[in-house]
Design a protein around this ligand. Structure first.
Ligand SMILES: *Cc1c(COP(=O)(O)O)cnc(C)c1O
Length: 175
């Protein structure tokens, strides 16, 4: 019911004012027992964009990872990019494309929705246990952290903390 970013606006950059747009919606989500909102594209409210502070990705039972393409009202997070590169290096097919909320619900109904998660610097990867759209509830991986979700979290934080080798050249020494 709310828009986070406007077409041709500032939603694609890290600016404090963007958070203001998601605060009220966040309160409403909390009041209804949810942690976050899944914002849809502001022009048609058809396509999945992201949450107020994290990008969205999901994996199908066929092993395809889908995430909304970076249209102007989505912030292209560094965590999203890192996770995409990690997945591709492990041989996963990652599709950055338009993703309608109906497709997501249909994938669930067809039993194809395996795991879903949000990405952002603060939480790194946060599993999505349940989505609710127009009263329809979609339970993901039995509300448990998925195997791939956990593995990606362990790998990315492992690289960040210098505990795993960084073959991507992401780590820089701060002198
Ligand atoms: C910060 C943020 C993200 C995640 O970006 P990272 O660079 O991974 O931290 C995604 N969406 C929004 C709206 C954000 O503010």
């Amino acid at each position: 019911d709310f828009d986070r970013a406007a077409p041709h606006g500032t939603g694609h950059v890290k600016a404090g004012l963007n958070y203001a747009m998601s605060l009220h919606a966040h309160e409403v989500a909390h009041a209804n027992g949810f942690d976050e909102n899944m914002f849809l594209d502001p022009a048609t409210r058809t396509y999945v964009e992201e949450t107020g502070g994290a990008n969205f990705l999901f994996v199908t039972k066929d092993g395809e990872v889908v995430t909304p393409a970076l249209v102007g009202s989505i912030l292209g997070g560094i965590t999203r990019m890192s996770i995409i590169e990690l997945l591709q290096s492990k041989g996963y097919k990652v599709s950055e494309r338009r993703l309608s909320i109906d497709e997501l619900v249909e994938a669930f109904k067809a039993g194809k929705l395996e795991e879903a998660w949000g990405t952002g610097t603060a939480a790194v990867i946060s599993p999505v246990g349940e989505l609710c759209y127009k009263g329809e509830e979609v339970l993901i991986n039995d509300f448990k952290t998925g195997e791939l979700t956990q593995k990606l979290y362990d790998t990315l934080t492992g690289i960040q903390w210098g505990k795993l080798p960084d073959k991507f050249n992401w780590i820089h020494k701060v002198k």
